[in-house]
Ligand binder design. Structure first.
Ligand SMILES: [Zn+2]
Length: 493
């Protein structure tokens, strides 16, 4: 049976009236009043009901928090120029992004359109079918930065809404209402008591922590309130600022869902299951779900390379190959937040962590108070056993990190590196990004000529020929609908 929120609420309010004061009933009732006022302030029920499509062209300046060249503030800037388009009743969603971040140029689109759903990479001119397109999950991030959609949503989900209280925010009195989303944790919305406009939202996520948005500079477009800017804060730090340069409402956008016939269609990508590959005797590349590590059996102990998440599962597979030999050392390639996630896991194994000198503080922080030795590498270090010679070399600076450790096995010609080059699981070798180009230069500078390139983000290994192919590849297109000339000037690409 489907209970309409209105009927449900009516029942609740009758119950409330019948039974007198009750803490929860009072919070529910107050939430309804605030939601009704917000609906009016954002354009009224009729205008919000009529709101079917929104197309936003935006420009975003991001701050690479814990993902910059250096491990400290000020964080590097990144830049995205893009389009987001949503058709609420037909469940269409398009997001188009072109820009530069952490040594990576990107030019992509995601189209969610039932059976015709694709992720497109315009640098390789490929379109990959989306296996199980999910409108709610894909459009969720856009809905969460679009107050008109959030207000529509809170009305639809009013049966889950609770008034949390009044707070001062940016010097103004606000009423705060929370409600539960279809996907992810509940969200708290701050409504300005004077204007009833949504000015702030908050969610607390398990891994990321506190995620907050500030909605700024409202304007009425076709009778609906839209913010011209927003700011995103993660755990109190400014993470991105977006400017909505144009917003159009209730217009179709067939141009954005059309699949360019010149795109090469690739196979849909299947799940990336955990696996172990023995690259050479006693040298293992283990991982899945986009994160991989290398493990070297030194005879009486193991050296682990790479600190991405998923280390527990990698170690489980490793045990099947090497038994219970201790992991005595674990190398953190660099300081980025996604590459020190395994620090605690390896510390629990009793390993000494190895990192570039400049990254010691960040690695220590990642240990969260756990007591483990951290050894630092200044430029390079050689670890030897009867079985293997392993060199750790700081090949930085690159366009991705000022210092970055690679693991080099000269006898086997095997090189493990993170975040600079990989052969993708499907589709062609991608044209080199700035990070790849500076990686190739760094290999020349330190006179390394590997035969096997092993990656922290792909199960595939590559060769120097593959790397050269990436360097030689032409970037395919520059679609006219996103003009990034201003970004190009800023970042010289
Ligand atoms: Zn990185």
């Amino acid at each position: 049976m489907i209970v309409k929120p209105g009927i449900y609420l009516l029942g609740l309010l009758i119950a409330f009236a019948a039974h007198g004061e009750n803490f929860t009933a009072d919070k529910v009732k107050r939430a309804q009043q605030i939601i009704e006022q917000a609906i009016d302030a954002h354009g009224g029920q009729a205008a919000l009901d009529a709101l079917q499509t929104i197309v936003v062209e935006h420009e975003t300046h991001g701050h690479a928090v814990n993902q910059s060249l250096k491990p400290d503030k000020p964080w590097d800037k990144n830049y995205t120029k893009g389009i987001s388009a949503i058709d609420v009743s037909n469940k269409l969603f398009v997001t188009r992004n072109k820009g530069y971040s952490g040594g990576f140029e990107f030019d992509t689109a995601t189209i969610i359109n039932g059976e015709q759903s694709f992720t497109i990479d315009y640098r390789t001119n490929t379109a990959q079918p989306v296996k199980e397109p999910d409108f709610d999950t894909s459009s969720g991030p856009f809905a969460r930065v679009t107050p008109a959609l959030l207000v529509k949503l809170i009305k639809q989900r009013a049966h889950t809404a609770l008034y949390l209280g009044d707070v001062q925010h940016n010097g103004k009195a606000h009423s705060v209402v929370s409600f539960s989303m279809a996907v992810g944790p509940s969200i708290s919305l701050y409504f300005d008591q004077e204007t009833s406009l949504l000015t702030h939202s908050e969610r607390f996520l398990d891994r990321a922590g506190l995620v907050e948005y500030e909605f700024l500079d409202y304007d009425m477009i076709d009778g609906v309130a839209f913010n011209k800017r927003f700011e995103l804060y993660v755990n109190g730090d400014l993470d991105m600022q977006r400017e909505n340069q144009s917003i159009s409402v209730n217009k179709t956008f067939a141009n954005l869902t059309a699949i360019d016939p010149t795109l090469t269609k690739t196979d849909p990508i299947g799940p990336d299951e955990m696996r172990l590959a023995e690259l050479s005797a006693g040298i293992y590349h283990i991982g899945g779900n986009g994160t991989y590590g290398m493990f070297i059996d030194m005879g009486d102990h193991v050296v682990a390379i790479g600190g991405t998440g998923g280390a527990e599962q990698r170690i489980k597979l490793l045990r099947g190959a090497v038994g219970d030999k201790p992991i005595r050392f674990a190398v953190m390639t660099h300081h980025h937040s996604d590459h020190i996630m395994a620090a605690k896991v390896f510390a629990k194994e009793g390993a000494t962590l190895i990192a570039a000198e400049q990254h010691k503080r960040v690695v220590k922080q990642a240990l969260d108070g756990m007591d483990t030795k951290i050894r630092t590498v200044a430029a390079h270090e050689t670890m030897k056993s009867k079985q293997h010679t392993l060199q750790l070399i700081d090949i930085g600076p690159t366009a991705h990190s000022e210092h970055i450790l690679v693991a080099w096995l000269p006898k086997q010609g095997i090189l493990f590196s993170a975040d600079h080059f990989n052969v993708p699981r499907t589709g062609p070798i991608r044209p080199a990004v700035q990070s790849t180009r500076t990686f190739a230069q760094a290999l020349k500078r330190v006179k390394l000529k590997p035969t096997v390139l092993v990656s922290a983000h792909s199960p595939m290994t590559g060769t120097m020929k593959d790397l050269q192919q990436a360097l030689d590849a032409n970037v395919m297109s520059s679609k006219p609908e996103v003009n990034i000339s201003s970004a190009a000037r800023r970042y010289q690409f």
